[in-house]
Ligand binder design. Structure first.
Ligand code: IYR
Length: 231
């Protein structure tokens, strides 16, 4: 007799790997070219309101959705905010949290660490930029019949997908800002997202303002000897 606890046993299927091998010199050239391009990325806090093609954003989201993740359950959802009124509400709620953060909630050590970046509770970019991509992680999925499917390595998976998204947007020629109002549960309410989803971050996306400036502090990257060890 079947119980409520039946498990479907799936036989894994395999296909040949689609892999391109390059000559070693070309591999190094590709790695150097990629490093040169990706290391020019800057987190931008001054955005232009110039429109950006929706197809471009959709293509970068497809790249993000290809990220490696726990059991291929793809525990993410991207809400792309273009509506000026929703952006206004997000700005209002985020600035309210940030005012608290900067005026007492954050420990002094954290405030000191942020000082060289020149950040403050004022977040006009949340209304100026053409897109706010709000990234949610799903602790579980829901089948059409309402049953829950547990997700694994949600933070890792969503972090990797977000990295791919940032890199894809930069590669396409757009600027981004990883913005994390603290706390940001208000995003579920404003965007009507269900309780199995938690906001991961807001990726502010668009062209930089013509006169955008970036903090020198963020350009200092640790040398290889400090970030890596070969054993
Ligand atoms: N969420 C705040 C504070 C902030 C925190 C970190 I860590 C940063 O790298 C930058 C900012 C804000 O957005 O201002």
């Amino acid at each position: 007799m079947e119980t409520g606890n039946t498990r479907r046993v799936t036989t894994p299927e395999f296909v040949p790997l689609d892999f391109s091998e390059y000559p070693p010199e070309e591999m190094l050239r590709r790695a150097e070219t990629f490093y040169a391009e990706v290391s020019r990325r800057r987190t931008v806090r001054e955005f232009s309101d110039r429109p950006v093609s929706r197809t471009l954003i959709e293509t970068c989201l497809l790249a993000a959705g290809s990220a490696p993740n726990g059991a291929n359950l793809q525990p993410w959802h991207f809400v792309v905010v273009v509506d000026p009124e929703i952006k206004r509400q997000i700005r209002e709620a985020a600035e309210a949290e940030e005012r608290e953060f900067y005026s007492g909630r954050a420990p002094q050590e954290w405030i000191d660490a942020l000082a060289p970046l020149g950040t403050d509770p004022h977040k006009p970019f949340l209304e100026t930029a053409p897109y706010l991509i709000v990234i949610f992680g799903q602790s579980y999925g829901l089948l059409p019949d309402g049953r829950k499917v547990k997700h694994y390595y949600v933070q890792e998976s969503v972090g990797i997908a977000t990295g791919v998204l940032i890199t894809a947007l930069h590669h396409a020629g757009l600027a981004t800002l990883t913005h994390t109002p603290n706390p940001m549960g208000f995003l579920n309410d404003l965007l009507g997202r269900p309780p199995n989803e938690r906001p991961f971050l807001i990726l502010v996306t668009g062209y930089p303002a013509d006169d955008a400036r970036v903090p020198v502090h963020a350009m200092h990257k640790k040398p290889l000897s400090e970030i890596a060890t070969f054993v």
